[in-house]
Design a protein around this ligand. Structure first.
Ligand code: FAD
Length: 382
């Protein structure tokens, strides 16, 4: 069972790479341990797959080498993927901030990829467990379905997030086996858990906010959960969060809270009712713990209130973990790979693509674009 190219992992990056390799008439096999390919694509974007973003640049990615992703992103762009989606007459729309979603279902994207694979004569082994990988002249892959051999081996097994749909540490194990460095991994695009605050009674409250670290800021909604915060703004900032550093949250991005309070310093209105004009009532009530009319609040207290509304400093202890994270931050050190082809600099013929590599995108279609672009770059080279 000899192939030119074996790809382990039939997710977004693996399938895309297989299509390009197959089109070049490379005899290509995809090995997937699930009974179907593309499970993560199916559940992505709430079942509608945010398959790319209209505006993608290296700025939307986190990596120890921020330049690494540039070449692949330039060679296979969002527009290229949009053209492919259009050619299959898949209806899509922009939800917000350039994020493109299927109108009907993510399944259309998987079907499109499978149809392209079929055209490119890609072969599949599903429910196939890899037991061992060795390299002689070629790669020898021992599985529960027999032994396969190939000239090129592509690792496209993704990150650690969502283990319940088949995520494994296989890619990192192979990297270690062949002596490649790995940038420490952790869950990301993930809800965060408060260090020592409890706002569980606010669970479900959502507020348009600006969320900041020293490096980055995002303006979108935050969402109170039973243990901490979630919502798009928090998922975005989780890519930049560090345990010991607080995150600043501006709960009133349209207003200078102190200015608003000063203008109303003589008002007899209770603080909770007053804040209810700007913020959800449940939040306003809980925030105004020692509720009283504004004209009975001292200047010093007003300053403190304003500071906690425009610059709430929040410490988080940990994330909700891989079972709730959309991606894995870190991965195969990009210094180990060619940015043109994704091939290992140490081991000829060994490639890593997609999320297993230390390139992590923002929320909003960027992670799939990285999967398509890195898969394409590799598929052109294997
Ligand atoms: C709930 C959720 C929603 C998301 N929504 C979006 C979105 O809308 N837009 C976006 O851009 N990104 C989204 N992402 C992130 C995106 O899905 C991933 O970044 C992307 O799928 C990574 O592609 P990949 O091919 O590298 O890995 P995956 O798509 O994870 O594919 C890896 C494949 O390898 C297989 N595999 C793993 N281990 C083995 C093994 N040992 N042997 C054989 N096969 C193996 C897996 O079963 C899987 O099929 C979402 C992620 C999650 C968890």
């Amino acid at each position: 069972m000899r192939f030119d190219v074996i790809i382990i992992g039939g997710g977004a990056a693996g399938l895309f790479c297989a299509i390009q390799a197959g089109k070049r008439e490379r005899k290509t096999l995809v090995i997937e341990h699930n009974s179907e390919v593309g499970r993560k694509i199916l559940i992505s974007g709430g079942g509608r797959c945010n398959f790319t973003n209209k505006e993608v640049s290296a700025n939307n990615f986190i990596s120890q080498n921020p330049h690494f992703c540039k070449s692949a992103l330039a060679r296979y762009t969002p527009q290229d993927f949009i053209e492919l989606v259009k050619s299959y007459k898949i209806q899509f729309y922009e939800k917000k901030l350039g994020q493109l979603f299927c109108k009907e279902s993510s399944r259309q994207i998987v079907e499109m990829l499978l149809s392209e694979c079929q055209k490119a004569k890609v072969e599949f082994r599903l429910s196939c467990e890899v037991k061992e990988v060795e390299k002689d002249e070629n790669f020898i892959i021992q599985t529960n379905q027999g032994v396969f051999e190939s000239e090129s081996l592509v690792i496209a097994t993704g990150g650690l997030s969502f283990p319940k749909i088949g995520a494994t540490d296989f890619g990192y194990k192979i990297a270690r086996q062949f002596g490649l460095r790995i940038v420490e991994t952790r869950p990301s695009l993930v809800p965060l858990i408060f260090t020592n605050q409890n706002f569980s009674k606010l669970a479900g409250v959502s507020i348009d906010s600006i969320v900041k670290t020293r490096k980055r800021e995002f303006r979108e909604n935050i969402l109170f959960t039973h243990r901490g915060l979630s919502g798009p703004a928090i998922l975005q900032i989780s890519n930049y969060w560090h345990k010991e550093k607080s995150i600043s949250i501006d709960l009133l991005p349209e207003n200078d809270a102190l200015e608003v309070l000063e203008k109303n310093a003589n008002s007899k209105q209770n603080l909770d009712n007053f804040l209810g004009k700007y913020l959800p009532n449940r939040f306003a009530e809980s925030f105004a713990q020692n509720n009283k009319p504004i004209n009975q609040i001292s200047k010093k207290e007003r300053e403190k209130i304003a500071e906690s509304l425009n610059n709430w400093q929040v410490l988080f202890n940990e994330t909700e973990g891989y079972h709730k994270a959309e991606v894995t931050l870190g991965g195969i050190d990009t210094n180990e790979l060619s940015s043109q082809t994704m091939e290992s600099k140490r081991v000829k013929g060994l490639y890593f693509i997609g999320e297993v590599v230390d390139v992590t995108g923002w929320l909003g279609g960027y992670n799939f674009q990285w999967a398509w672009s890195s898969g394409f770059a590799c598929g052109e080279s294997v």
